[in-house]
Design a protein around this ligand. Structure first.
Ligand code: SAM
Length: 204
């Protein structure tokens, strides 16, 4: 009879994907300063999803220091692809710009400063993939804007969906026939927090 792994959290905590020294230094910095980044496991998940989706235009809501964006750019072609990332805080925008230069992806990335609830009304789609990682209370409000900006069968990945602030988003994306979605409650080592939800929603 097959049994479950004993202490699965300890087991999976030891299986962290490899990543560059730059990404490791951004993780250390985020831990020290309390910046809630996605961490290496969700970073690898984003890389895989961008690659599998063959995403050539990617939009990110919530850049912080650029950690998640750098993960996604590693799955993209700098000659043909584009990643647009939106960040409210001027201070974080400056830090992210420096980190994109250090990663050598500054030509692939367009970083726009401002409130994404406004910017999303002005930018042009379609995008193949959108990663949403802003304050959870805005998720519900920007959901229709994400739908509009995605290509048919485009993928919306939303982080932190197990927070109570994301509850109205979780219900809306589940009920809306414009999306096919799954909401995964996961154990995510080094994610902030380590037990959280991630929603994968495809524009139907
Ligand atoms: C969880 S952090 C993003 C972490 C980043 N995605 C990573 O994993 O490396 C959320 C970021 O969203 C930004 N933010 C929150 N509300 C926003 C809004 N309305 N428009 C743009 N950015 C916003 C915050 O300033 C913060 O830097």
């Amino acid at each position: 009879m097959s049994v479950m792994i004993q202490n699965p959290e300890d087991f999976f905590r030891a299986l962290i994907p490899e990543r560059s020294d730059l990404l490791k230094s951004l993780e250390a910095e985020a831990l020290e300063e309390g910046i809630p980044i996605i961490g290496p496991v969700v970073g690898e998940l984003l890389h895989i999803l961008v690659k599998v989706a063959g995403a050539k235009r990617v939009l990110e809501l919530g850049t912080a220091t650029g950690y998640s964006a750098i993960h996604m750019t590693r799955a993209m072609d700098p000659k043909t692809d584009q990643l647009i990332t939106l960040e409210l805080s001027q201070g974080l925008v400056q830090r992210a710009r420096e980190n994109f230069k250090k990663a050598g992806v500054q030509d692939l990335v367009t970083l726009l400063q401002g409130d994404c609830r406004e910017i999303l009304k002005e930018i042009s789609g379609p995008f193949d993939l959108i990663f949403m990682d802003i304050d959870k209370q805005y998720y519900r409000e920007v959901l229709p804007l994400c739908h509009k900006l995605l290509s048919q069968n485009g993928l919306l990945i939303t982080d932190n969906t197990a927070f109570s602030d994301a509850l109205d988003f979780d219900q809306a994306v589940y009920q809306d026939k414009g999306w096919r979605s799954v909401n995964l409650l996961c154990f995510l080592p080094q994610h902030s927090p380590e037990k959280d939800g991630i929603c994968l929603a495809m524009k139907a």
